[in-house]
Design a protein around this ligand. Structure first.
Ligand code: ZN
Length: 358
């Protein structure tokens, strides 16, 4: 009676996310059962969202049910310091997949032919030296979780996080990292389940806001993507899991996408966090007031022109940047804004054209 199922889902994910005993979840859940607002929408756009990831389809045999099928290993990671002979044995596959027949995951056997093909891909990747021609199907190194655990398959990374989440289901950061593992595993519809959970536990989970925004942008959901990205920026000043430098990169990334949305929507979707969004993120009142008078010259072809703007949103976290690495010059805590006007449409509330509803 079981139908062949291309995209397997772990019942434990639904169990933990919906707080139901795993025995009450079907052993082969389908997309309809995924909790959250966006999984079905994202699934429709799975090809677009995954376009940057390589496709590495190989025939594997499930050791549980002994049936074979073709599975997408996604990015294959090969250790650098092993004898070439062992490389096929030691690789990691970041793709997330489960047995199409029995829905188990993690115990696989590669056919001899698949091993030969994989070894061929590895050898080819090793001959490419410059970054421009380096293949992304196979990368060299090690994909580690928490500096120690090297999951063999995407499903092992999932297992690692689900195991922890079973004990601490309210840990938003763990949900975020599970979301990242699904995303790299080419399963964005599962990634958004995890990111939505992260945000239910902590509305200021900046990395999940950012990832959700980027995925929704890929799906063409410009309004919701922009709202998520603006919130990521607004909450960044109080986010403890990233260094100030990495936070600045994240904000610049969010601003880049927001700028694209702003342009694409003929300026109808706001680029910068609105005063109420900043207030919700506990942005200090004096800082909110100063953002309403932001004026920047932004050259869309030069990412570094977004740095001064990003640093405004770092709030007090910008003090963690070395003075010589800040683009914003501070003078007795007064900010010297670059002059000129181009991008800012976040007028003070009274003049806001956002008030106008169609
Ligand atoms: Zn199986």
């Amino acid at each position: 009676m079981e139908k062949y199922q291309k995209y397997g889902i772990n019942p434990l994910l639904i169990s933990i996310a919906t707080e139901q005993a795993v025995e009450r979840i079907p052993s082969r859940p389908t997309n309809i059962m995924l909790p959250g607002k966006y999984p079905k929408l994202v699934f429709k756009h799975i090809k677009t969202v995954n376009r940057e990831f390589p496709e590495n389809i190989f025939r594997l045999t499930c050791k549980q049910c002994n049936k074979s099928g073709d599975y997408d290993l996604g990015t294959v990671v090969v250790p650098l310091h092993n004898e070439p002979v062992n490389k096929v044995e030691k690789f990691q596959a970041l793709g997330y997949f489960r047995c199409k027949h029995c829905n188990s995951a993690g115990e696989w056997e590669l056919s001899a032919r698949a091993q030969t093909m994989l070894a061929g891909k590895m050898a080819l990747a090793a001959t490419k030296n410059t970054t421009s021609e380096r293949s992304t199907d196979v990368i060299f190194g090690e994909a580690l979780i928490d500096n120690g655990f090297a999951p063999r398959w995407g499903s092992e990374a999932e297992e690692y996080f689900l195991h922890k989440l079973a004990d601490t289901p309210d840990d938003a950061y763990l949900w975020n990292r599970l979301g990242n593992a699904y995303y790299r595993g080419k399963r964005p519809e599962l990634a958004v389940v995890a990111h939505e959970q992260a945000l239910l536990k902590d509305m200021g989970q900046v990395e999940s806001l950012f990832s959700l925004g980027q995925i929704l942008y890929d799906c063409g959901e410009l309004e919701t993507a922009a709202s998520s990205l603006r919130q990521a920026i607004a909450f960044s000043h109080q986010y403890g899991h990233l260094t100030a430098y990495n936070l600045r990169e994240l904000i610049v990334g969010a601003l880049t996408t927001l700028l694209a949305i702003y342009t694409h929507s003929n300026s109808s979707i706001d680029m910068l966090p609105k005063p109420d969004e900043l207030a919700m993120a506990h942005f200090a009142k004096n800082e909110i007031a100063s953002t309403s008078s932001l004026d920047f010259e932004i050259d869309t072809t030069r990412r570094e022109t977004l740095y001064p703007l990003a640093e405004v949103y770092l709030g007090t976290r910008r003090e963690e940047l070395l003075p010589e690495e800040r683009t914003m010059r501070t003078n007795s805590s007064k900010v010297a804004w670059p002059a000129a006007t181009k991008i800012n449409k976040q007028k003070p509330p009274k003049k806001s054209k956002n008030k106008k509803k169609k």
